[in-house]
Design a protein around this ligand. Structure first.
Ligand SMILES: NC(=O)c1ccc[n+]([C@@H]2O[C@H](COP(=O)([O-])OP(=O)(O)OC[C@H]3O[C@@H](n4cnc5c(N)ncnc54)[C@H](OP(=O)(O)O)[C@@H]3O)[C@@H](O)[C@H]2O)c1
Length: 265
């Protein structure tokens, strides 16, 4: 990926950082984006450089459409091209995590502005400056967009469903230019928002997956997700577009009607 330029929103921490580091290892120049945590963004950039790649830091609030437009203006002024755009950032849980009967319109807006409008603006702006071989990747959560059991996920889950739909429309719109648009759906991932949950909740989630809900019997890591994004950015992935790819150690294959103990034999 030498000579290629990538922008990854929310790459100061968590999964976004994992993606930034894998693309850096492949030689891409990295646009590290953050919201409030400049020190974390600087640390990601230091790690990018440690891997022999170059990069620059960008700041924007992805819940504000005008700030995403400004972000792309800055990218255009600092990068000669943009080859990879990964829409990964998501506001802190407090801005969207509330059950259906009590969710506020502000929380719905935070989810839809950051997951739907951000992809519309990001894909549109990225599309203007990408050439053949360009890659647009949205980070979704397929379990959230397809189920209804985790009640406080109602805003984010429905926004992710819209994000996955957008991916298909942009995929068709950009196909003739050789630009692919896909969504990657990680399962529960270490070193991410998970680590901000209360310890007992983290333990319940880890145990559940280690006991078999994830057939590979561990949680994912930001590096796992970074590897998958890197794979989709390779020329060998030219023919895959408009898809939602589950990168979750097999968790999405499990049947929710049967306890893992019985399914796994
Ligand atoms: N974690 C999981 O298990 C999991 C599973 C499936 C899918 N996902 C998806 O993966 C993506 C990343 O999740 P994560 O858990 O890695 O997140 P995270 O560790 O909580 O990191 C959030 C990132 O987004 C940035 N951010 C927060 N609020 C923002 C705002 N208003 N505007 C712009 N950027 C903002 C943060 O920047 P600052 O550092 O400046 O605050 C940080 O870089 C999300 O789309 C999520 O839905 C996560």
């Amino acid at each position: 990926m030498a000579g290629k330029h990538a922008l990854i929103t929310g790459s100061s921490r968590g999964i976004g950082r994992g993606i930034a580091l894998k693309l850096a290892e492949a030689g891409a120049t990295i646009g590290v984006h953050y919201y409030q945590n400049e020190a974390a963004a600087k640390e990601t950039l230091r790690m990018v450089k440690e891997r022999g790649a170059d990069g620059a830091i960008f700041q924007a609030d992805v819940t504000k459409p005008e700030q995403i437009e400004r972000l792309f203006k800055e990218v255009r002024s600092r990068f000669p091209s943009l080859d990879i755009f990964v829409s990964n950032a998501r506001p802190e849980a407090v801005h969207f995590f509330y059950p259906p009967a009590d969710i506020t319109l502000e929380q719905i807006d935070a989810a839809f502005d950051s997951q739907v409008k951000a992809v519309v603006i990001g894909a549109r702006e990225a599309g203007k400056i990408m050439s053949e071989g360009g890659r647009i990747i949205a980070i979704t959560y397929g379990a959230g967009s397809r189920t209804g059991g985790l009640l406080p996920w109602v805003a984010m889950g429905s926004a992710k469903a819209a994000m996955e739909s957008l991916v298909r429309y942009f995929a068709v719109a950009f196909a003739k230019r050789g630009i692919t648009v896909n969504a990657i759906s990680p399962g529960w991932t270490e070193d991410s928002v998970l680590n901000s949950l209360p310890d007992p909740v983290q333990k319940l989630i880890r145990d559940w997956h280690q006991q078999g809900w994830t057939p590979m019997r561990r949680l994912g890591t930001p590096a796992d997700v970074g590897d998958v994004v890197s794979l989709f950015c390779s020329p060998q992935a030219n023919w895959i577009t408009g898809q939602v790819i589950f990168a979750d150690g097999g968790a999405s294959l499990m049947n929710p009607e049967v306890p893992p103990k019985i399914q796994l034999g």
